[in-house]
Design a protein around this ligand. Sequence first.
Ligand code: SAM
Length: 282
Amino acid sequence: MPARGCAAAKATARSALARGPASPSSAPWPRGLHSVPRAAPAKPSSPPGGADGTFVAGEVVNKQPVAMGMSPELYGYVLRNTREPEVLRRLRAETATVNGAHMQVTPEQGSLLGLLVELLGAVRVLDLGVFTGYSSTAMALALPEDGRVYALDRDERPMQMARKYWAEAGVSGKVEAMVGPGVESLQTLLQREGPGFLDLAFIDADKRQYETYYELLLQLVRPGGLIAIDNTLFHGRVVNPTPEDKAGQALAALNAKLLTDPRVTVVLVPIGDGMTLCRRRR
Ligand SMILES: C[S@@+](CC[C@H](N)C(=O)[O-])C[C@H]1O[C@@H](n2cnc3c(N)ncnc32)[C@H](O)[C@@H]1O
């Protein structure tokens, strides 16, 4: 499946494949990935699955050998200490076989999104940039039964895999897919639902439009709600973006704006490719 969509791929996002106890040399590498030195396998005492169907994320096949300055060994340790629902583990494995797999959020980011849903007591959340469905499924699993995920993407094709995993995760009834340009879908929601109806929004689509998404979502998210923005470190390109690097420039400008934006409390969390959390103050 060709992955169209992100104008610039998430440069440091990792495509990771959780594995079972198969011998390290026997399993084939998924298409489009290359191997890096892998961390020692999880200790035998690590349970293969918890009572709630939760696994540890396990071994990783990294697209990039260094995650946020971490050695592969240390990042492997992070993954082995990250809970990952079995259905997300399978989604990650299937996504690793398609083009654009590096765009998927990482397991620890998925866990963080689920935790944020819980912390906020969120009922209505939005995922802008669905791809094959990892972030939307991670949030949907953490929502209460009457919760809702508005799942926005302009590309229907990868969403087919997302729909399959929403069904397998038993969350299809919580998801409203909206296919089309993100700005248009956000404007539709603003008209239809009114301002302040969302508890949490996750932005993970085309970088050059992030500021527009942010401004629209500041209207859509309630006071006290959260906007999480992915790729805010953008493979380090935010430090000194070249004039040609429009996406890097857009993200650097957004980071600078967020730093002094009195409407939000903000933290740039160095997880994944950088994930900035903005809590709407008023
Ligand atoms: C980085 S991927 C999202 C990864 C996803 N969050 C996950 O966990 O797997 C970016 C997605 O944004 C979508 N996208 C890019 N530009 C868009 C736009 N203008 N409007 C809506 N979706 C867009 C792409 O089609 C792609 O599926």
